[in-house]
Write a protein that binds this ligand. Sequence first.
Ligand code: GLU
Length: 446
Amino acid sequence: MKLRFAPSPTGNLHVGNARTLLLNWLYAKKKGAEFILRFDDTDLERSKDEYAEQIKQDMAWLGLDYDAVIKQSDRLKVYQEAAEKLKQSGRLYPCYETKHELDFKRKRQLSQGRPPIYDRAALRLSADEVAAFEAEGRIPHWRFQLEDVTITWQDGAHGELSFDAKHFSDPILIRENGAPVYTLSGVVDDLDLGITHIIRGDDHISNTAIQIHLMEALGGRGEDFVFVHLPLLTGADGEGLSKRLGSLGLKDLKEENYEAMALVNYLGQLGNSEESDISLSLKDFIASFDLSKFGKSSPKFSQEDLLRANGKFLQVVPFEQIKGRLDDLGFTKTTKAFWETIQGNLTLLTDVKEYEEICFSTITPKIEEHDFIEQAKEALPKAPWNEETWVQWTSALKSQTGRKGKALFMPLRQALTGEDHGPEMKKLLPFIGYEKALKRLNGNRE
Ligand code: GLU
């Protein structure tokens, strides 16, 4: 078994293509299959090495490896040979229309209520007409002549899909500048490299019909491939995500300090009919992964959900696993005990900053009820402190003042942390310590 992820390096990976990547990778690992990273970079103008490099870095961030990397731009000769073969069998024919002429034809067809299918005018050109075009300096592009067949396959996500080739235009496989179009290079590679499973977005469904037809013209067989067309992600209201995807790049999420494994959990779950627990490692995730649970309804992506997933991951990740990340972010004061105290309150790892500040640095106390805080100061238990200290202190204050609930706890929290919310005070208090607490109750910046 062999799978591939085939991005066009014309931009950065976003959550949509990261999901395709991840599901391919997970499936490959689950089945012990080979996994290839293939850069579909035959569009030399739009493809850039720096995007390819960034894609590799994004994969490394997620912890997704590959067995080989292939650049289609290194294989142009192979595609040329395939094109020659098609020319020889009469399936690839030269066309001389300009883009402008093609647009005009399309518009006319549409205005006449006809489908905008290429009329194969190029097949009817006489030798003289061809010679005249050539004399004008026109360079042909080349189209693949479809046969009047029905193409059917069993799709892993959609069930049986069937298309009549007569509803498609003969696809262009070679552009005027001689560059192969992805339809050709993709098919040649999928055949040549022995790919067995093609998992990609369902925006490729109609391409697949053409590609299967082309595979057969090149001596391959569509039924040798398993196709799974995953529904594209939509926004929370079911709207297309395409416009927002630009701001949902993996690079951006990394810079915003999302945890890679949280993203894996979130994207690897989206569209899965069964909820499962957070996995701490890719290894665990592979163990619970089941591609057959991904159906044909469009999963909804929401950044709020992703943020929540990040928080859920931080709630369970052990100190030993997160230590390196804490160090990278400069949170060197966070010990195991401290981590376990605050992890339940984090959404992003950068939230640690606030807790380190409260316990190991300086804050500005928020004191509104001075008399009560005065009393609280008097009742403050002496060191050493432990997790019982908070209860001891607040119970004493409760009986002295008759205060309870928010009226009792909030002024204390505000004085000791400068904040209205945060981790459980009973856990935080021992980290703040007697001296700091006393100074803060005195209203000192400490
Ligand atoms: N380069 C294509 C894309 O990014 C690959 C699609 C595929 O065959 O997987 O959409």
